[in-house]
Design a protein around this ligand. Structure first.
Ligand code: TA6
Length: 285
């Protein structure tokens, strides 16, 4: 069953319930804020819901970074682009014969966005909710010039304790260590967390697994159309400076983001489309 209702902060939301799972998607930025497969704990982390506000990015869930990832060279432009703070439109909803539910939302650039970024895109997000959470982000260049696109499914995963969580799948991959001034380093076998961690893994096309030891579960992240994987935990001091993060929540989350950033930013010619896909599944817990 798929309904549109009013969520936190009076914001419009799609609520999805079927025999396999439940989920919520806010029309603000087409942000998936909740996915809970039956017999599992919620998989996505979100900050204090009472802070959701139109025009502001939702802290947590799966914010969409587009048409750039990270800060813009022009500091007057919003970090991670403008798509995650704009209202999206519900195009279609459907309960599928196999028991899953699917919703499609869309966003089109307009005069306001052109004032920030003088190009035109049509963006679609298709979310399929079942034993897995499947996302497909489709970007179509509706303008007359080739554009450079950076993007990310900026996914916040819920873990019981980041200090006993390991991310696997990036062994040997080069990464940009944003905590060490952007130095390039090579990844060891697994990523353990002992402090603020903010890394962009380059030429990272492989699947990842988040091993949440205390939660007794492994979250699998499969992706295509993404050349970078971003791993982030703000740890204590940085999260304390974020009003929308929540006290002591740094322990309860890790971002593993399917992205195109730095060397995987791509050129999108007029009338061409790009698809970034991600499938999330859970084992245990
Ligand atoms: O993806 C990691 C990152 O780029 C971090 O550097 C941090 O800025 C995080 O995104 C959150 O960004 P936001 O603009 O949502 O606070």
């Amino acid at each position: 069953m798929i309904t549109q209702d009013t969520g936190v902060g009076g914001l419009p939301r799609l609520t999805i319930r079927n025999d396999l799972a439940e989920a919520e998607v806010y029309l603000l930025g087409a942000t998936v804020t909740h996915w809970k497969p039956r017999d599992h704990a919620p998989v996505l982390w979100t900050g204090p819901a009472d802070l959701y506000q139109a025009g502001k990015p939702i802290r947590g869930g799966i914010p969409l970074c587009l048409p750039w990832f990270g800060p813009h060279a022009d500091p007057t432009k919003p970090a991670h682009g403008f798509v995650r703070t704009r209202p999206w439109t519900v195009e279609r909803t459907a309960d599928l014969p196999d028991g899953r539910s699917r919703v499609k939302l869309s966003f089109t650039t307009d005069a306001e966005t052109r004032a920030i970024w003088p190009h035109d895109l049509r963006v679609g997000l298709t979310v399929t909710v079942g034993r897995t959470l499947d996302l497909e982000l489709t970007i179509t260049n509706t303008g007359s010039e080739t554009v450079l696109i950076g993007e990310a499914l900026h996914t916040y995963f819920a873990v019981e304790d980041i200090r006993r969580t390991i991310v696997h799948g990036l062994a040997g991959t080069l990464y940009v260590d944003k905590v060490a001034g952007g130095r390039h380093r090579q990844c060891g076998d697994g990523i353990a967390f002992t402090g603020e961690t903010d890394r962009v893994y380059l030429s990272a096309h492989d699947d990842c697994t988040i091993d949440d030891e205390v939660g007794g579960r492994r979250i699998h992240v499969k992706k295509s159309g993404s050349g970078a994987t971003v791993v982030w935990n703000p740890w204590i001091a940085k999260s304390a400076k974020m009003a929308d993060f929540g006290a002591d929540q740094w322990m309860k989350m890790v971002c593993v983001e399917s992205a195109n950033a730095l060397d995987s930013v791509y050129a999108l010619p007029p009338a061409f489309s790009h698809h970034l896909r991600c499938e999330i599944s859970v084992e245990g817990g």
